[in-house]
Every structure is written in structure tokens, then in C-alpha cells.
Design a protein around this ligand. Structure first.
Ligand code: NBG
Length: 792
């Protein structure tokens, strides 16, 4: 497609699909017209892929996830179809600025963090690899809240991405299922008839997800909740207008909001309803598609692979058994075996508070038949494993982790360390009973979005150097290694980084009113706020650093700017206090004329995928400083390394593998190991001991405690100080000393820019293994037994 053809397509859509006269079109009209022109191209490969999947009777992968953090899709589509030059040229001819038009797209924040973004990277890799697959999720009207700051405090506003038009979804009014909740169960022998008390309808919205070079496109199918009878005419006729609208409002609640929490189960009825709504709609859709092709349910496991993204869709086990047993006439044993052969489960966290469980009263009230089936599953498992102590039903709770494990033929962790810890902690006993079930699939990120598209400067240097094969064979980046000692090449690498930093600095000046010098080290920590991720360790070190600069101004400090971004769950008050503390510290430090050329702190509001795409290419230092054993994997850590930021990090999650890949000499390691953490926590008064041994830590804590950063309210951070000087469960104080040491090593390394850039380039060259293409190949081979339908 030429730029001229593209221009004509844009004009046609603007005029006839959107009904806008080019004379009066606004930026969103151009964005929509461009999107529709791009979408046309995607639809062609989408249909071809679907036809081929049917023609070959291929096995399909179904990825069930409560979150898909897809972000913007327009640039993704343009880049994957390799239409960047044409799109740019076409818009130019039409008098429009390409970047402005792209920036108008809403960022679809249908996820909280890593788990949701991983699901989005996986969809893109599944399409790139030509593996027939569907993502199933919920079409939240309101994604993750919009964050702003008032006096340093986090303010949450509802996110309204659907108010801005976008072109990516196709509503499918014909793809509807009626789902029930509550009611009664009439048991007859093995089977039962469930008569729900309440019904809601699930309607599908399809978004095509196109892979690299547009060779394949899979579907993301998101369900929206609708009332069975949207409007109560009787109430309306009585003049009760609110009552008339009530059925619709109630039903819609189910897909209205994303739970703003990625590590704690809110334990609410609505959340369980959402989980069942997603899972039950997906399973009906899967069986409907299966029925259209086959009439032998015995074939199900060879045609259908269902991946449970964490325990949120764990109700899939009992629901699939119920459908096979009560509605399809299969015996219980066969139904359970068939379901197990189709299902597999990914665990994303070891934090005990995040392992879902539901009170049996709530569970039985909403899903009475499922509770009976959970019991049968659990009994069957107990009978087959008479020595077992663990159970999917304990203390009046339905335990979704155990249930998922029992109902899956494979269970995976998301980094080598995490998968190992699963076998010795949460799933120790189940692992002993089923030693072949747990395996590891280390996370990955799609190089199309997280290098090619977000970092055009570095991408074109790479392509100039080794050709473009790296885009879908990321290990080819190894070919850069032989260039890192070529001064001229390294200067080009450094120039790309510098220009990315200058661009970010200009953006920060323009949109945030913050001035930073791109020559300073850009030290970045971006992720959800959580005590285990230890943003407070980072800010404590910043305070100590500032105090030390003031005490010794002339020792040749390396100038740095610490950049933070991330949201705290609205009910997680400690995390919100950390945000406020960082903002307060930032205000004081940035106002200090003596030091501001050496140290600045910036907290950027409303972290999302788009902001990550802006920050990561410009980062020098990547902060991956979680308490060892707590971060299951991390994926931001991979994006940073790929884009040439060096990591300061603990031996946690995928940091371990990153360090192995890039070389320990190109990674700043500090802190305790996961084993040492447990031993240290057992020591009485460990925090007090750590503080007594480190005068810098002591005085940084004192500065907070005495209200240096909150003079109008000196006790504002009493909670944080009490925690850190008392229980300090996440061992911030113990790791502080070594963190400080590592940071000073970072400083001196950064002082030698040639050596630093060489290390950065080696990080890029050696991060090829962290492509989500590699991860998805692992799932396809080890878990799904699925194959690519692309011909090479
Ligand atoms: C998160 C982990 C991350 C991991 C992502 C994706 C949850 C429950 N877990 O470490 O905290 O990278 O999952 O696997 O969101």
C-alpha cells in the first residue's frame, strides 16, 4: 500500500464512515479515519487466520484473563503492518501531524499491572507466531482509575476510555449468552438441574490483534454485561422511571469497573460475579465453537487448551465439569478428566493475601451447583491421594489456588526462582503428590511494542547494524555484541539514548512543568505501589543521598534524577502514604538550590502503558529492588534491560535470569537472597539493629520523623517510620546499607560514560531471551500442545 492509497483510504473513511468534512475534521476524526484505514488491513488477515484455523481443524488456545492491559492499539497496528512511512506520509499530505494523531488515542487500561500487560504481550506473540488463539476478558466500562496528585496525595478519578471513540472493537449482538446466579439445585443421582434465581446476558465485543508483518490476527473477545429485560415497562408506566432503568443498571454493574488491585482479593460478591461471568461466557463460547466442528466430546482436550491467568478464572474447573456432567451427559470421572486435560493454570504471586479464597456461604449463594461440584472434585482428589492434608475446601473457604492446581494438567510459575519457590511454599504438598505438574515459563515482553515501536532511534541503529530479523527473532540481538568495542558504533548507541532522554525532558517540561537536564542519570522506578516493591527504600536512599551531598558538596557527585511513576490501590493507605512522602521529599529536594543540579526527584502522575513507552527508552538505571522472594517475575525489568538501562536489583523474580543473561558485571546487585530474607526476619529487633548500624539510614529516618518534608504536619509519616523501625516485614532497613553501596557503584560507573554505554549496549544485545515469543513457544510446546499455522 502506498502513501497515496493510504491517504485516499483515510479520506474515504473520514467522509463516509464518520460523516466528517475534511475541512472541519478535528484530531479525533483524523485519528478515527486513520484507525479505520489500518483496521481494514488487519481485518483481511484476521479472516484469513480464522478460515485457516477451521480448515486445518487446528487446536485453539483460549487465554482467560480478568485483565488485558492493551494500551493504545493504533501504533501497534501500523508498526506490525509495516505501514509507518505510508501512514506518516499520508497524514502529512492531509496536513496532519502523525504523532499528534496517534497521541489522541485513549489508553485502554483494562488491567492493573504486570499480569494484565503480560496477557497483552502474549496475545501479540500468539498472533506473531500464528498460533490460533482467543483472549477472553471483560469489557470494563471503567478501566484502572486515573491518578492525579493534590498536595502530594493520590487522587483517583474514574477512567472513561469508552467516552472517546475508538475503532478496534466489533460489537457482536448475535454472540450472547444468558448466565445465571443463585437459585436452587435439584439433584438427581449423579447429575442435577440448576435453576438460577437471577440472570444476566453476556454480549461479545471482538478486537483483532495483529501479529508482526500482519501475517496472522487472533481475537480478543471481551464480554459486556447486559440486562435480560433491559427496561421494566410496568415501572415506567407507573411513573417510576428510576425503577424502570434499574434492571439495566444492575446487570451492567458486572462489567462496569476493573478491581483496582493486583495483589489482594477484595472478597466482594461483585468480584466473584465478575469472575464467573467471564469464565462461564468463555466456556459456552468455546463449546459452541467446538460443537460447530466436532461431535465427539472426547476430542475436546486435543482441540481446546484453556489457560487460567492466575486464579481469577479458576471457576472454569467446576463450570466445565458441570457443563459436561449436567448438560452433556458425561459421567463425573470422565468430565473431571476431560476438564483437567484442557485446563492449565499460571500462578503470578506467592503473596498469601493474593491467593483467592471465597467464603462457602457467598460461594454457595451465588453458585450453589458449583459448590457441590467443588466438593466432588475435592473428594475425588482425596480418594486418589489418601495421604493428602491439603484441600480445596478448608475452614469454610473455597480455595481457588488449590482448586486450580487440582483441575489443571500443568501449573506454571513465571520465573525460575518463582517456580522453584512454588514447589517449596504455597504448593509444596500438591507438588509432592503431583511432581510433574509444576513447570516454569519465564515471562517475556513483545519486542514489537517494547523496542521497535517505543524506541525508534535504537531500533533503527539495530536494524542498520544487524538487519531487521531481530524483530521476530530477538536472540539475533546477540549480533550487536561484536560492535560494543567499536567507538563509533557505541557513540551512535549513546546518541540514541541521549536523544531519547532529551525528548523525555522536553515532554516533562512541557506537560509537567519539571525541568531536568538530560545529562543527568535518569534513574527510574515505575510499577504499582506496594511495600514489597519497596519504593520507600528508593526514597530513603534519595534522602540519605541528599543529606550526604549537603555534607560533602565537593566530592564529585554524579548528577541524577530519580523518576517515579505508579498507582496505589485506593484502599492501600500505606502505599498511598509512600506516594505522598515521595512527593513531599521531591518538593523539598528540588527546591534546594545547592543540590538541585546533583539530585532531583520527580513523581509522574497517572502511570500507564503509554507513559511506560515514553520512559523506558530514556532510562539509564532500572530500579528492581523488591524484597527477594516476593516479585514473581517482573516484566518492566526486561523492557528496561532491552532498551539499554542497567539494573540495580535484588536476586528476585526474573532479575536472577536477567543477570545471568547480561552478565553479572553489567548488573548492580545488592541485598539479601530469598533464603536470607526468611532467616533475617526471624531475628528479634532486626530493624533496630540495621538502623543502629547505619548512620545514614538513621538520619534519613529522623528527617522524615521530625517533619522535615512535612513541616505543616510533622507526624504525617509516623506510620511509615513506625513500620520501618518496628516490624519492617519487607526488610527495607536491612537491605538499605547494601543498596546504598550499590548506588554509589552506579554513580562511579556512570562517571565513565564510555564504559557505561558499553554495559548498556551489552544489556540490549543479551536481552533477546526475554521476548514473549520465546515464552509463548514454551507454553505451546510444554503446556498447550498447540502449533503454528504459519508457513515459512
Ligand atoms: C504479577 C507479579 C509480577 C509478574 C506479573 C506477570 C500479579 C498477581 N502478579 O512479578 O507481581 O511479572 O504478575 O507474571 O499481578
Amino acid at each position: 500500500m502506498t502513501a497515496a492509497q493510504f491517504r485516499d483510504a483515510i479520506l474515504r473513511h473520514l467522509t463516509y464512515a464518520l460523516g466528517k468534512d475534511p475541512e472541519h475534521a478535528q484530531v479525533q476524526d483524523w485519528r478515527m479515519a486513520l484507525s479505520l484505514a489500518v483496521r481494514d488491513q488487519i481485518v483481511d488477515s484476521w479472516f484469513a487466520a480464522t478460515r485457516k484455523s477451521y480448515a486445518e481443524q487446528a487446536k485453539r488456545v483460549y487465554y482467560l484473563s480478568m485483565e488485558f492491559l492493551i494500551g493504545r492499539l493504533l501504533e501497534d497496528g501500523i508498526v506490525n503492518l509495516r505501514l509507518v512511512d505510508q501512514a506518516r506520509g499520508a497524514l502529512e499530505e492531509l496536513g496532519q501531524d502523525y504523532d499528534t494523531v496517534l497521541a489522541d488515542e485513549p489508553d485502554a487500561a483494562l488491567g492493573n499491572g504486570g499480569l494484565g500487560r503480560l496477557a497483552a504481550c502474549f496475545l501479540e506473540s500468539l498472533s506473531t507466531l500464528g498460533c490460533p488463539a482467543y483472549g477472553y476478558g471483560l469489557r470494563y466500562e471503567h478501566g484502572l482509575f486515573r491518578q492525579s496528585f493534590k498536595d502530594g496525595r493520590q487522587i483517583e478519578a474514574p477512567e472513561t476510555w469508552l467516552l472517546q471513540q475508538h475503532a478496534w472493537e466489533f460489537e457482536r449482538p448475535e454472540a450472547r449468552f444468558r448466565l445465571g446466579f443463585g437459585g436452587t439445585v435439584d439433584v438427581k443421582g449423579e447429575t442435577a438441574t440448576w435453576s438460577p434465581a437471577e440472570f444476566v446476558e453476556a454480549e461479545a465485543y471482538d478486537t483483532p490483534i495483529v501479529g508482526w508483518k500482519g501475517r496472522w490476527a487472533n481475537t480478543l473477545r471481551l464480554w459486556s454485561a447486559k440486562a435480560v429485560d433491559p427496561f421494566d415497562l410496568d415501572s415506567f408506566n407507573r411513573g417510576d422511571f428510576a425503577g424502570a432503568a434499574e434492571p439495566e443498571a444492575l446487570a451492567r454493574t458486572i462489567s462496569r469497573v476493573l478491581y483496582p488491585d493486583d495483589t489482594t482479593g477484595p472478597g466482594k460478591e461483585l468480584r466473584l460475579k465478575q469472575e464467573y461471568f467471564l469464565t462461564a461466557s468463555a466456556l459456552r463460547d468455546i463449546l459452541r465453537r467446538f460443537d460447530s466442528e466436532y461431535d465427539d466430546l472426547g476430542l475436546l482436550p486435543s482441540k481446546v487448551a484453556i489457560q487460567l491467568n492466575d486464579t481469577h478464572p479458576a471457576i472454569a474447573g467446576p463450570e466445565l465439569v458441570r457443563l459436561l456432567l449436567d448438560e452433556r451427559g458425561m459421567g463425573f470421572e470422565d468430565a473431571m478428566a476431560t476438564a483437567q486435560a484442557c485446563l492449565s493454570y499460571t500462578n503470578h504471586t506467592l503473596l498469601p493475601e493474593a491467593l483467592e479464597s471465597w467464603g462457602e456461604d457467598l460461594f454457595g449463594k451465588l453458585l450453589p451447583r458449583h459448590l457441590q461440584i467443588v466438593d466432588r472434585i475435592d473428594d475425588a482428589h482425596a480418594k486418589a491421594n489418601p495421604s493428602r492434608k491439603v484441600s480445596a475446601r478448608a475452614d469454610g473457604q473455597v480455595k481457588m489456588g488449590e482448586l486450580s492446581f487440582i483441575m489443571a494438567h500443568k501449573v506454571n510459575g513465571v520465573s525460575a526462582l518463582h517456580s522453584g519457590l512454588m514447589t517449596t511454599t504455597v504448593f509444596e504438598e500438591l507438588h509432592r503428590l503431583h511432581p510433574d505438574r509444576i513447570l516454569n515459563q519465564t515471562n517475556g515482553v513483545t519486542p514489537r511494542r517494547w523496542l521497535l515501536s517505543c524506541n525508534p532511534r535504537l531500533s533503527s541503529l539495530i536494524t542498520d547494524t544487524i538487519g531487521s530479523g531481530w524483530v521476530d527473532d530477538l536472540e539475533q540481538l546477540k549480533g550487536l555484541e561484536s560492535h560494543v568495542d567499536d567507538a563509533e558504533w557505541l557513540a551512535r548507541y549513546a546518541a540514541a539514548k541521549h536523544d531519547n532522554k532529551a525528548e523525555l525532558a522536553a515532554w516533562m517540561a512541557e506537560t509537567q512543568g519539571v525541568t531536568v537536564d538530560p545529562a543527568m542519570m535518569f534513574d527510574v522506578q515505575i510499577k504499582r505501589l506496594h511495600e514489597y516493591k519497596r519504593q520507600h527504600l528508593n526514597i530513603l536512599e534519595a534522602i540519605a543521598h541528599w543529606q550526604e551531598i549537603k555534607a560533602n558538596p565537593d566530592v564529585g557527585w554524579t548528577p541524577r534524577v530519580k523518576i517515579f511513576a505508579g498507582k496505589a490501590a485506593p484502599g492501600y493507605f500505606f502505599a498511598k502514604d509512600i506516594i505522598r512522602l515521595i512527593n513531599d521529599v521531591s518538593e523539598v529536594i528540588n527546591a534546594d538550590e545547592e543540590t538541585r543540579h546533583l539530585l532531583q526527584v520527580v513523581f509522574l502522575p497517572n502511570y500507564n502503558v503509554t507513559l511506560a513507552e515514553r520512559l523506558i527508552p530514556a532510562a539509564d538505571l532500572s530500579e528492581q529492588i523488591s524484597t527477594a522472594g516476593k516479585e514473581a517475575s517482573g516484566t518492566g525489568n526486561m523492557k528496561f534491560a532491552l532498551n539499554g538501562a542497567l539494573t540495580v536489583g535484588t536476586l528476585d523474580g526474573a532479575n536472577v535470569e536477567i543477570r545471568e543473561q547480561v552478565g553479572s558485571e553489567n548488573f548492580f546487585l545488592f541485598g539479601m537472597t530469598a533464603d536470607e530474607v526468611d532467616a533475617r526476619r526471624a531475628i528479634d529487633g532486626h530493624a533496630a539493629k540495621a538502623i543502629a548500624n547505619d548512620t545514614r539510614l538513621k538520619s534519613a529516618l529522623e528527617a522524615i520523623e521530625t517533619g522535615l518534608f512535612s513541616p505543616d504536619e510533622p507526624t504525617r509519616y509516623a506510620n511509615i517510620v513506625e513500620n520501618l523501625t518496628g516490624p519492617d516485614y519487607f526488610l527495607v532497613t536491612t537491605d538499605f546499607t547494601d543498596y546504598w553501596r550499590a548506588q554509589r557503584e552506579v554513580d562511579s560507573a556512570y562517571g565513565d560514560q564510555d564504559a557505561w554505554m558499553r554495559m548498556a549496549a551489552l544489556n540490549t544485545a543479551r536481552s533477546g531471551w526475554f521476548s514473549s515469543d520465546r515464552t509463548i513457544r514454551g507454553y505451546m510446546g510444554d503446556i498447550w500442545n498447540a502449533r503454528s499455522l504459519l508457513e515459512d
